[in-house]
Design a protein around this ligand. Sequence first.
Ligand SMILES: C[S@@+](CC[C@H](N)C(=O)[O-])C[C@H]1O[C@@H](n2cnc3c(N)ncnc32)[C@H](O)[C@@H]1O
Length: 245
Amino acid sequence: MKQNIYDHPEFFHQYKKLRQAPYNYNNLLEQPALKSLLPNLTNLQILDIGCGMGQFAYYCIENNAQHVTAIDVSEHMLAIAQCEHAHPHIDYYLRAIEDYQAAPDSFDCITSSLSLHYIKDFSAVIGKIARMLRPGSIFIFSVEHPIVTARKTTEDNWLYDDSGNSSHYAIDNYHDEGLRERTWLVDGVVKYHRSISTIINTLIEHNLTIEKMLEPIPDSEAVEKLPSLEKEHRRPSFLLIRARK
Ligand SMILES: C[S@@+](CC[C@H](N)C(=O)[O-])C[C@H]1O[C@@H](n2cnc3c(N)ncnc32)[C@H](O)[C@@H]1O
């Protein structure tokens, strides 16, 4: 079953506050890394999977993309996208990627920012993405890093010493892939853990060539704005990949 946690009222309320804050992990770490992987967007037709509030779709149009098809499973997220990031060259659709259909070779670039760790059948979705890409075109995505998703507990992965300082980051159950139920903003958030080799080999099995991987670390300016980012030097939060059909 597809989860739609972003329409949970309390989760949505908390997430919106977090995502719209001027300094957060998205704006200071993940989005700069994702944007650094983009090709020149001029005249490209783009599919953005899990578009959320539409910030990235709008960025593509501001950077001369011809058209963005932006899909998301959450009505609440799309309502904000349509209100704050509407544009005649962006079409927002309420659709899970699992249910989305487009003709083969439809897009010049497919992106997904932090949504594919919510997908149960990763291979089926990657196969669909590979079919929708035009030959030679690019798929760029970010997910929560497998180091972060591995453990089966809902406890904090950081372990603390007697003075309350974080001493270690715990990893466990790395090769036991599948569903993880987490407490993040609310209880019962479902994500899917996959090892790095599963992610990479799934792309390869669908004839996508990996061009670059990133495990972003913040620059000093970002750490000054959001000091908790300092911990990214000890373990990565995000994994980003650019692959070409
Ligand atoms: C962490 S948010 C990121 C939103 C946006 N990409 C951004 O960078 O702000 C993840 C988004 O993925 C969406 N999502 C989760 N599962 C999905 C699915 N199966 N199909 C499409 N979107 C999905 C959620 O509703 C949510 O808007």
